[in-house]
Design a protein around this ligand. Sequence first.
Ligand code: CAA
Length: 257
Amino acid sequence: MSEKPIEVVDNGGIVRLTITRPKALNALNSAVLEALEATLLELEARDDLRAVLITGAGEKAFVAGADIAEMRDKTPEQARAFAQKALKTFKRLETLPVPVVALVNGFCLGGGCELALASDWAVASDNAVFGQPEVLLGVIPGFGGTQRLPRRVGPAMALDLVTTGRKIDAAEALRIGLVNQVMPQANLEAYAEELTKQLGGNGPEAVRNAKQAVHDGQDQDLDSALALETSLFALGFAGAEQKEGMNAFLEKRKPNF
Ligand code: CAA
């Protein structure tokens, strides 16, 4: 029996998604993208969701890109449909109302790097390798790389990476702000556990509103974005979380959200 393309493990609303095509270095084919979208649709419908972690099976790769074998014979129209399928799925991931964290455990190339960019932030193992090597295949990034990469690392560095196709190591990915932290591969598990504890202890509504403020504010001018922040800040005072959080502080106890 073939394995499921996406493994889902739920730890009290902190859901870990693992792309399970290790023999193909977790390359994104249509089956993986469709399974990921179906999984995200289920997650969107949950009101107990606290965070999503996404990673790749095995110790060698997060995701080594879109599936080159599947793409090779595509017509322009088929290529457009394939890219649109991925973009729709990545958008679902990006707009989940909870933090989405990529645990990058190895090769993170092409569509893999684009998947990490659609996550809120990424942490990487020290053996991780990043890049947008599409020009080496005679194409450009198609799953958002030319747009999300400059937004994360700035246009000059993004242009360097997408036009040379050069690969960078985890230390350089950290230096340019592509990832938030680098650690030995064995420590990714402990990071995931720590994150689960931290996010699990925070007010879920506040976490959602914080994500919304950062995301939606990016596409607005500063004054509009600050007004959005004010609205979401004030909204927090309408709910039980603010009462519990501030009472707990003043009563010198841990909040119970
Ligand atoms: N698509 C399909 N299969 C892939 C793949 C990909 N992106 N990346 C790796 N594989 C497969 C290999 O074909 C190989 O399969 P077989 O065992 O059946 O031959 C298996 O995974 C293991 O890979 P390698 O033998 O190549 O492993 P390696 O350690 O020698 O090299 C690597 C690792 C440097 C990551 C190399 O596999 C590689 O360069 N992969 C392609 C990376 C790439 O170009 N990614 C961008 C794809 S295009 C894209 O993503 C477009 C977009 O924006 C939408």
